[in-house]
Design a protein around this ligand. Sequence first.
Ligand code: ATP
Ligand code: MG
Length: 240
Amino acid sequence: MAPGPDVPLLELRGIRAGYERVEALHGVDLSVPGGALVGILGPNGAGKSSTLKVIAGLLRPSSGTVLLEGHDVTGASPVQLARAGVCLIPEGRGIFPNLTVRENVLMDSYTGRSPADLEAIAYDRFPVLSKRRDQVAGTLSGGEQQMLSLSRALSTDPALILLDELSMGLAPLIVEQLFHIVRELTATGVTTVVVEQFADVVLDIADEVIVMAHGRVRLRGAPKAVRKELQAAYLGKTSH
Ligand SMILES: Nc1ncnc2c1ncn2[C@@H]1O[C@H](COP(=O)(O)OP(=O)(O)OP(=O)(O)O)[C@@H](O)[C@H]1O
Ligand SMILES: [Mg+2]
């Protein structure tokens, strides 16, 4: 069953999806090689979160195909996809704000891991969480909350982590540190798709970047090339 070396971990082909009568994605193609860190950039309303929702099974495409390791998983439920190793960290962070850090960490016992194991996963990688284990998660700093959601994601042994706006509301230095951790995770074999409005840090760390606008992929390539194109487009606009 192991896919060949050329089969991407994730592939979207011609995905159209929307809400009620409004189509948000007008035929999105995307390919993510196993072990890669791929960034999706684009302005508000570009369809970045909708794309992640399709991958996680939260938004059903009206047409197109989603492939995971070459298997068609179009229309699979969020639970089925989670079992297959897809882990979405949504905008606004997937934590329980009224529970303590420790209680949040232990929520993932459904993974079959022991409490000691879950705590070790969280605190080994994020020692600051260990110091805050009895603090209510909603009172953590934004960066600490992101560490908590990342550590919860890790305890599910994910094949694919989808990170929606990790940087939201955080200082640039914290964002850099968090992305550094994400980069380390991909080095251990976890494939990651990060969505961000603001390009710079993603262009620094991603293996490949996709730029979306108005529900379509507008640009894709190596960060260096995409940065150049974005700069050219930006300069083009402001010089008129
Ligand atoms: N639940 C919803 N109901 C109706 N329309 C929605 C819903 N969620 C998103 N949309 C619409 O779909 C389009 C794409 O939204 P999406 O959230 O995917 O954009 P985004 O690129 O993530 O934007 P942002 O950077 O602001 O988070 C937008 O026009 C948005 O208004
Ligand atoms: Mg979004």
